[in-house]
Design a protein around this ligand. Sequence first.
Ligand code: PLP
Length: 385
Amino acid sequence: MAILTEKDKKYTSPEDICAHLGDNYADFNGAVIPPIFQSSLFVQHTETNGVKEHPYTYSRSENPTLEVAEKKIAALEGGDGALVFSSGMGAMSAAIMHFVRAGCHVVLVGTCYVGANTFIREYLYNKFNISFTAVHGGDIKEIEDAIRPETALIYLESPSTFVFHMQDLEAIARIAKERGIGTVIDNTYATPLHQQPLKHGIDIVCHSITKYLSGHSDVMGGVLVANEEIIRSVQANERVLIGAVMDPHQAYLLIRGIRTLPLRLAQHGENGKRVAAFLESHPKIERVFYPGSESFAQKELFEKYLSGTNGLMSFIPKGTEAQAQKLVNSLHYFQNGFSWGGFESLVTYVGSPERGHLIRMHVGLENVDSLIDDLKNALDSYDKE
Ligand code: PLP
């Protein structure tokens, strides 16, 4: 568990936080990279062992490598502290469990990530009689109407990652606070570089660090950021007791990924804008969903809350489902895979009766002209059969 100290707070710009917060040259012989404390336990000071007094006991509770990652993300989000987990779902389920109790009610954005959706709508509902109301989220009145006397949590994801629905965070935080309801947001899409929900009154911010924060498709993990009271409570309860803590090697890879986050995200944004513009101008494409584009349905909310865009988008090609599936499989650079946020371009068919023949695409760090050529070639032969 890491709570930011006054010394940590001397780093204020995101680039400096990503590069240097948590450096400790003095204690580690000038090593530029803090060591990986691959140790499950930490023995305590005795009269004979020469160990100095220190705060560490057991790595399920706290570990110095994890704390470097936690401090960087807490500072980027503007929170008091952070806790890292073994997956994004580890962080999100812990944040949800912090607020709910048996028999309560949860309002959730219906388009939130499938794991959180299933956790609330099936697991908590079946096991603990926790009821829920799924909302679109774009209309405050709809959220107010969904709240009941026993509502304990409003669960948000803004933008969501298939159709990019957004919510007005300030307005939702206000109505939740007036009624003593907790708020949790999945901020994975934006990363702390592009949106800081705590500043708008949200109680807990979660991320799957498997995506942009680590950025290399070589590590799974999650993090939650909040005020000190919440961090201490989640650390002592949901993280220690359920035990989905991050491993020190995962934390090392996360720290390494964060150092280049500003550069990677800027390039994903540049490449993403070019690809989205190409798709929007193509006659065989019916609709493109790309936060930040002129055609984005909730442009006002995007401009209010987000300071940048990235490589994630969806689109609906004209034609049949079979044609859409064929398009996905005829690309070369865009491999057919479900995740996003790494260096590589990915594409996957996520069509459904509600969404239509939706294709979700992640634009990676390859040469953007190669990516556009790949799409152009696939679309040229799209309706031949
Ligand atoms: N939130 C979003 C928006 C995601 O896309 C994902 C994973 O795809 C998660 C949460 C869950 O994260 P993880 O797979 O690291 O548990």
